[in-house]
Design a protein around this ligand. Structure first.
Ligand code: GRF
Length: 219
């Protein structure tokens, strides 16, 4: 019998990356399944998508807690009940304390809309255009207490075109995110990459096809 790795997803909004992972996990050969989705915003559109797909959801509204630590403790409690193998941040828009990060260290991953270590933080597409970079993209990384700074698991690149606006660039990168995140989750779930002493350790059966990584999001 196949045993799937259990994924908990944390969102704040539309949940398109969560949806991409969910779609990938419809394949019987995909090594992981989403077992629950937690949002800090009760009206996050992603919650509805998850519910429609029969996935357990939990809204834990940060506005109802005085302290960040209390809010995060509530999330940790819910996650502990789910006992996930992996906690996937997919557009979770609140900074996480070192207490939370350390509790889930090695099991907590994030997708960031830039080629890290460039453009950590917000407004990555605007900043990429201002900087005049010709290649932009997205990164999946293990989460550490430093914002957008943990070991990089996988990246996908897209070109920056001469007439790009932040919106057109964002749309191109988002397409790459939907390609990359399910692949990165599968790499972890199948043991091709693991976390050790704050490093990403790779044990790939075959080398990553970088050409495919670069071209596929553009299709
Ligand atoms: C994505 O661009 C992700 O990289 C960033 O927030 C956005 C979330 O989008 N962290 P969605 O909710 O997955 O559609």
């Amino acid at each position: 019998m196949v045993t799937y790795k259990k994924i908990a997803v944390m969102i704040s909004g539309r949940g398109s990356n969560m949806n991409a992972i969910m779609a990938a996990s419809m394949d019987p050969d995909y090594p992981a399944r989403i077992i629950g989705v937690v949002s800090n915003r009760p009206n996050a559109a992603g919650l509805e998508i998850a519910e429609k797909n029969g996935i357990a959801t939990k809204a834990i509204d940060h506005k109802t807690y005085d302290l960040r630590e209390e809010h995060e403790a509530a999330i940790t409690k819910v996650l502990e009940e789910m006992a996930p193998d992996l906690v996937v941040l997919a557009g979770y828009m609140r900074i996480l304390s070192s207490t939370f990060v350390n509790r889930w260290r090695g099991k907590l991953i994030n997708i960031h809309p830039s080629l890290l270590p460039s453009f950590r933080g917000l407004d990555t597409h605007e900043r990429a255009l201002i900087a005049g970079v010709k290649v932009h993209g997205c990164s999946v990384h293990y989460v550490t207490a430093e914002l957008d700074d943990g070991p990089i698991i996988a990246q996908a690149a897209v070109p920056v075109l001469p007439d790009d606006t932040a919106d057109t660039l964002q749309a191109r990168v988002l397409k790459a995110e939907h390609f990359l995140y399910p692949k990165a989750v599968a790499m972890i779930a199948s043991g091709e990459v693991r976390h050790s002493a704050d490093n990403a350790i790779f044990n790939l059966a075959e080398p990553i096809d970088n050409e495919a990584m670069l071209l596929s999001p553009m299709k």
